[in-house]
Every structure is written in C-alpha cells, then in structure tokens.
Ligand binder design. Sequence first.
Ligand code: N01
Length: 553
Amino acid sequence: MIASQQDSGVHSETYDAVIVGAGFAGLYMLHRLRGLGLSVRVYEQGGDVGGTWYWNRYPGARCDVESMQYSYSFSEELQREWEWSERYAPQPEILRYANHVADRFDLRRDIQLGTRVEAATFHEDESRWSVATQDGKTVSAAYFILATGCLSNARIPDFKGLDRFRGATYHTGHWPHEKVDFTGQRVGIIGTGSSAIQSIPIIAGEALHLFVFQRTPNFSVPAHNASLPPEIEREWKADYTNRRRRAREESRNGILTVIPERGALDDTEEARRLEYEAGWRRGGISFMASYNNLLLDQASNETACEFVRSKIAEIVRDPAVAKLLEPHDHPIGSKRLCVDTGYYETFNRPNVTLVDIRSHSIEEILPDGLRTGGKDYQLDSIVFGTGFDAMTGSVAKIDIRGRAGTTLNQKWAEGPRTYLGLMSAGFPNMFIITGPGSPSVLSNMIVSIEQHVDWISDCVSYMRERNLVVVEATKSAEDHWVTQVNEVASSTLYPQANSWYMGANIPGKPRIFMPYIGGVGAYRQICNGVAARGYEGFRMTSGGHGAIPVAAE
Ligand code: N01
C-alpha cells in the first residue's frame, strides 16, 4: 500500500460518519444521521452548499423536472412552506432552496466548505475509515458516505492549442459566480447537450455573434416554462402525500406521470400525431410518456423521432440548418431528452451560426478562435458545454482504499461494480448515494436521493441496535446485481446511444450502462425486501480482523 498521510494513524478528529458533498444528498444524509444521534462531518469542495446547483450557474440553467416534484418530501413543514415561482425552477431559486434547507435544519455547523476529500482508507484492524482532506487533516470515521453527485466532474476535452487561447473560456458546469457579459462578443459554444441547449438561446440574445459547434444533434422538446399558478401549487400541496407516494412507488422515474397502456404502434398515424402534438404542447420530458414502449421498441421510438424531426423542420427556416439539427444516430430518450426554451428558434437569428464538427472535427484552438474544416472562426470567448465524467468521475478523483489496500479505481477498472448501487464489495461501511447500479440519473434525483438516504439510515440504525460494526456487500450478491443491471439495460434501447450513461463520452472509459433501468418503484421494493430479509446480500459483523474475508468467497 502506498504510504499516505492517512496511514499515519494520527487523526485530528473522530466521527461516526464522514459525508463527502453538501448537495441535496449530503444535506439530507447529515440531517438523518444526526437524527440517529451520530456525530457527522460533511466535507464540501464548493464555497457553499447546493452541489450541482452551486456549480451549474450558466445562463438559462433550470431543472427539467417540475418544481412541485423536484423538492424534498421528508419534511411536511418544509414542503408546505416553500413556494416555487415557476413551473421549472431556475438555478438561483433551487440554490436558495438548498441554502434554506441548510439553515432551517441547522446543518451548516457540521459542514466544512471549500474542502476536498483527497483520500480515504479502510483500516481492517479498527474497522474504521481514515479520511484525508486537502487542508492536510486526517479524520477517523466508522462510516464513509459518498454524496459526490453524478454530474459533478466537469470535463473539457483535450483540444490542441487550448492553453494558447487569449480570450475567456467557461465550462457550463463550472460557471463563474459573477455575471458573464457577452455583449459585443463573438462567442463559440462547443457541445449541444442539455446544458448548451439551455444556454444557447440566452447567449445568442446577448452576443454579437454566436457560433454553435455541434458534433451530434440532440432531441429537444419545449419546456413551456411559465410562472407557477397559485391554484396549481395549492392543488399539489393539498394532495402532496398521495402524489409523492405515487411518484415514489408507482412511477418509473420518480416523476408522477400518466403513461397510457398503449404502445405507439397501437394507434393510427393520425392518432399518434395528435398524441405527440399534445405531448409537445404539454412540454418537458413527459413527452416520452406519450406511449408505454418508446424506449423498448425501435419502430415505436422511430415514430417519436420522426415527429420531433418534423418539428425541427417546421421551426428552423433554413432547410440546410434544420437538416443538420435533426438527430438520426440514436433513439429519442436513449440520451437524456433535452428540454429547452426557444432552442431551435434560435437558429433563425441572423447572429447565430451552426457549425458541423461531425464531418470535420475541431483541429485546434487558436489564440483568437478555433479551426475546423480548414476554416478559422474568430472568437472572443469559448463556452464548453462538453459535459461530465458522469457517475464515477468524482468518486474516481478520491484515492479510496478498501480491504487489503485495493483501490476502488482498480476494482472499477472495467466499469463500476456495486450491490444495489449502494455499496461495493471489499469497501466495508462505505455507502454511495445514487451510485452506479441504482436508478439515479434516470430518475427525479431528489426521489432517489431520499430513498437511498432513508435506506442507509435504517441500515445504520439496525446495526447500532444490534451492536454490529461492519456492513459489507458480499461479492456474490454484487455479481448477481451487476448481471441484473446489465440484463435490464440490454432489454431497452438505451445502450444504442453513445451517451454518458454508457461512459461513451470519455475516451478510454469502459462502455457499461451505469444506472439501473428497472424503475424507481421496482427498485425501492427490491431494496426494502433486502432490508426486510435481514440485509440479504450484505454481511454484518461486530468488526475486527475476523470480518468478511471477501477474497474467500
Ligand atoms: O453534457 P452532455 P451536458 N468535441 O454530455 C459535446 C444533466 N443536465 O452538460 O454527443 C466536440 O449531455 C457532446 O457531443 P457528442 C442531464 O442529465 C440537466 O449538456 O459527444 N463536442 C455533447 O453535445 C444531461 O444529460 C439539465 O458528440 C464534444 C456535449 O458536448 C447531463 O446533465 C441541464 C466533445 C456534451 O453533452 C449532461 O448534460 C443540464 C468534443 N471533443 C444538464 N466532447 C436540466 O435539468 C463532448 N462534446 C435541464
């Protein structure tokens, strides 16, 4: 094992639990563990709480899950008193909400901001974790909990010449806190994922000229965002308990949506068109709920693709530009469906140019622009909407060592392996909130976060009542779960896309469909069943060297 600071055995503080990250997962985890009487320390690398909503401050950033559903349900008072202003909350409002939660539940006193966790090592003799932070401290904890987020490791591709660019560069996931003013500038944006698609219409309204460098066109549907009518909010709040329960237990993705009991090909072409029109008018990701088989059946999916392509052709005036914007390389919904405000319309503006970097990739970044297809584009600023090393990227940045000094990066070299997305064999007492192998990014994140945090809290409570010290996923349970995750994924159209769900956006990253696709309701039942059967597939012991010899399985 590499000698590192945390191996010195000198700990400045001792806690029952250390949590990494103070986004929605870390905040609620802290609240629950404190409620159980545990001493907890949260380390957060950002300058404040809020996680994703702290970092993603790009113009136009807002949630694609409706406000009444994208919020905590654990506190009746909180969900009644908080008022959302819009159908889809903008980033500043969600960040205010995260701060309100931190204050209302007095969470800040256990959160250390501006502190990266650099390493964590499990000491088998003590059955405890040593956690080393960037400020040079090492603390000891019984439980080590990763609330690091799934889309928190922003990535700028390795473009030749990038370091010589004289203008300003921005990544959507690492946006400055002060207003960026593009007035009078020639701006280039690289990428056309959800983040870029939200920011392009706003930047276009400000810049002298905006060049959109598109490698792969994406499907996007209108958000139809608007202020939230008070009567809708009242209606939701009057029925909150029931609606929250249904979203948790009955839906596939933690969002209350009515899905018809028909597949797309059960309808006539005319009826289908009307159904899709209704979905387009309604707006948002519930467009994918127009039929029950859009992500299962290729021919059905193609009808939805065709509908969106026809909308693009209707909206975008220049037929050549419209053609370039039409996606043909993946089934709709197999990458996260984008939700926009005026995205396709933006390409009718005289100050916006769509540049195809599929046929000619970006050759190099120049001191005053970039070169592609043998042509130079003069730019004052470049915005990277190039995404994230998703689901595993932030975990991989921490040097995590489990039994026998094995690192998590070694164990996950061929792709992440977990049992239920909650634990990885060989890493006792380490929990992952919304980790790979759980519904996570395919769901309303707050629903999945609450489910995991509640499950972990119940598990810790169960152990404490029985004087158990170590919990660990068994290798056989993990192997079985990984197989199940892959099997469910391969019965859908998802693996057909080169998406970040598959790790396909990172050169060299193993191609494995990372989230569990079986739906939040079914997944919750599985997790509850495991707990009810005495934490089946996990081994719990009273600690020490005699615990769980994983290699012996
Ligand atoms: O990132 P992305 P994102 N050269 O990975 C392109 C959530 N989210 O930040 O497809 C040229 O989706 C890449 O092209 P390609 C949501 O879950 C939610 O936009 O790889 N281009 C793609 O166009 C979402 O899915 C909300 O060919 C390169 C883009 O960059 C997730 O976050 C809002 C390139 C990356 O798209 C990530 O979205 C925002 C290269 N070398 C985000 N490398 C809402 O709630 C990458 N690209 C609304």
